[in-house]
Design a protein around this ligand. Sequence first.
Ligand code: NIG
Ligand code: FE
Length: 401
Amino acid sequence: MTRMLWRHARIATFEGNDWGLIDRGALLAEGTQITWVGAEAELPAGLDVDAEHDLGGALLTPGLIDAHTHLVYAGDRTVEFDLRQQGASYEQIARAGGGIRHTVACTRAASDDALFAGALARALALRAGGVTTLEVKSGYGLSLDHEARCLRVARRLGPATGMTIRSTALPAHALPPEFDSRPDDYIDAVVAWLPALHAEGLADAVDAFCDTIGFTPAQTRRVFDAARALGLPVKLHAEQLSDQGGAALAASYGALSADHLEWLSADGIAAMQAAGTVAMLLPGAFYHLRETKLPPVAALRDAGVPMAVATDHNPGSSPALSLPLMMNMACTLFRLTPLEAWLGVTAHAARALGLADRGRLQPGQRADLAVWSLDHPRELAARFGHDPCLAVVTGGVPCTP
Ligand code: NIG
Ligand code: FE
């Protein structure tokens, strides 16, 4: 097994939900796992390693986890940004056949290779910002064949980037044109597709969009029942544009996360707290859609609901490709502390994906690392428009930028 040593590093382990700073630290990985972390002066004597990296005092942290993206799609929606700047709303554009439906038409028309090339470029951009684990949703295919195709493209991103890819089936994202005015028939179809997607091993979880321009709680419930029957965990786009009680519904299914949450109620918070459901905050969509209703961060904090932060990368509501920028926005717009923003893209993001083996630097965790030209991790959350990631390591293997 390959033994790799990183030394002369300032390390932030995030042990005990704190920074866990080690001033002059070292980290040893054997194969894909971390086996030792501590002060360099305490490294076991006579250690025999295959490769050694002197980080020259750079900051070493867990690799970042972007736990909510819609990375696989074709086409452009910047014209909608232009329309919104002239007064149209996200909802009006969606109801007029733009929005998600526009991306669906472009995605269906694109070849597998074109979809892969676009998604790969975006994944590499995220990786350049420190990301080593990436969740990728379907949701722009909206037929069995096209959803499966998009999830297969997502699966190919892992070997191509070294990142861990978690794929989420989101056929209940919008109503495709062939089911116009027949949402319940569409949900029947989605329920019938999930076993096929699962049988091919294409989905690690199932998601839905529960909102006035998405699906109702009753329809969402049917999708979740189908996921549960297959043993697949669920997550939900909930309370983004209105309060549908989606977070509480998701929590009642033991959801890994409820995402967006600007309109989350006190009941929703209590249900999430009781179920251990992660609150996935998506400041990119809030910012890009120029929303004004803030997610109830103080109440989530008081209730002890773990908060995660993700890019929600998609062509419409959040065309963002920097997770560190989302950390900054989570602080400035949503009032997270820098430490909360970090936990939101490490330990809590891991939990939102059902992954217990990453998000902190400690023995037994996966050797997914990010190296930064920073003195203290809070600098990453405080500054914006900078690019301090020097390198990432995935499963003990350094990635070339
Ligand atoms: O997370 N809210 C629904 N889904 C996406 C937006 C998708 C789109 O506009 O293309 C989101 O914001
Ligand atoms: Fe989303």
